[in-house]
Design a protein around this ligand. Structure first.
Ligand code: ADP
Length: 342
């Protein structure tokens, strides 16, 4: 008991200065009221004892409050709370209770965010391994077959080598896209915005794609609007957007045409790439911008797709404070569009 009183008083010593001030004040008043020393001395003694009792009570209460707070913190540390509503302190500590609740909510959402990130990272790693395995296994298979004798079979040897080669191309596409996406997602993508002539820009990209489109008998159409029309953006990154969208349009179109349309608005230029290809089923429309999402995996791989092209497009367009929109009808074609600032 004596030890308890000692620790109570020790805990109340934070108020020691106020306590001494109060004592001095009361002693002075006693001296002024009772001039006789013999009478005032017992009173002062009594006052001292009362003071110590009060200090003991204050200290006890303080220890109780600190224990209550310590207990709450320890329960938070042990993840015993599901929601901040379960955190309750005595009434006069309600301001502190609110602070602890806010801290709890913040920590909870930070942890959830980190867990989500961790899940996404593992999923991404799983996808990457899977994507790498497919072409590597194919190359291995073709090379082993050739080494086991097929190399001398003039009917298949060239074909197997071509297949192995196509898989190395797929592998290299995948690695390039992976480098791009990891640069973008780690925030290392440096943007360099300036004004440039959109008509000249699109024409130069189209001229590179004409042979690829002609090979499949697809018409590439672009009618420039308003000579000298300038848009604001990162030319190199936008080049990648057009390349990815045009490559897709050609990959997923068997016949017909691909059209690039410009529509000048007050503050923006709306750009659309329209194809007459296989189209995208309605239930997949929202998902084609996800990393590694493909409507038809086999078809995508057969045409050298990585499943990352549209994810890269989305990131770049969003870095331009814009949004990529897709409209499509299965069997009729797809239109990808976005706006750029004038
Ligand atoms: P991929 O490398 O597989 O083409 P993308 O991220 O570029 O990956 O596209 C994701 C998926 O969206 C494709 O696998 C394909 O199913 C679909 N897609 C993209 N562009 C088109 C298009 N123009 N027409 C039809 N389907 C498309």
């Amino acid at each position: 008991m004596w030890n308890e009183i000692k620790s109570n008083i020790f805990s109340a010593l934070v108020y020691f200065r106020e306590f001494i001030l109060f004592l001095v004040l009361v002693v002075v008043i006693i001296f002024l009221l009772i001039e006789k020393l013999s009478l005032s001395l017992p009173l002062i003694l009594l006052l001292l004892i009362v003071g110590i009792i009060i200090l003991n009570l204050i200290g006890r209460r303080r220890i109780k409050e600190i224990d209550e707070i310590k207990n709450i913190i320890s329960l938070i540390r042990q993840s015993k709370y599901q929601s901040s509503d379960e955190i309750v302190l005595t009434k006069h500590l309600s301001a502190l209770e609110n602070e602890i609740k806010e801290m709890f909510e913040k920590a909870k959402s930070d942890i959830e965010y980190l867990e989500r990130l961790q899940r996404m990272r593992s999923q991404f790693l799983g996808n990457v391994s899977h994507e790498l395995r497919t072409p590597i296994f194919s190359i291995q298979g073709y090379l082993e077959t050739l080494l086991n004798g097929a190399i001398d079979d003039s009917k298949v040897n060239k074909h197997f080598l071509q297949k192995a080669n196509q898989n190395t191309v797929n592998l290299s596409n995948l690695l390039n896209d992976l480098i791009d996406i990891s640069m973008i997602e780690s925030g290392e993508m440096r943007m360099s915005y300036r004004y440039f002539d959109i008509n000249i820009f699109i024409q130069s990209i189209i001229s590179e794609f004409v042979p690829m489109a002609e090979e499949k008998n697809i018409k590439l159409i672009f009618n420039p609007v308003k000579e000298g029309l300038q848009v604001f953006g990162d030319k190199d990154k936008l080049r990648q957007v057009f390349v990815n969208l045009l490559q897709n349009a050609i990959k997923y179109t068997d016949e017909g045409r691909i059209e690039i349309l410009l529509d000048e608005e007050k503050k923006f230029v709306n750009i659309s790439l329209k194809d007459t290809g296989i189209g995208i089923p309605e239930e997949d429309l929202n998902r084609v911008f996800e990393r590694f999402y493909r409507v038809d995996k086999a078809r995508s791989r057969a045409v050298g797709g990585t499943g990352l092209g549209l994810a890269i497009v989305k990131h770049i367009i969003e870095a331009h404070n814009s949004k990529i929109i897709v409209q499509s009808k299965q069997g009729e074609g797809s239109t990808f569009s976005f706006k750029l600032k004038k």
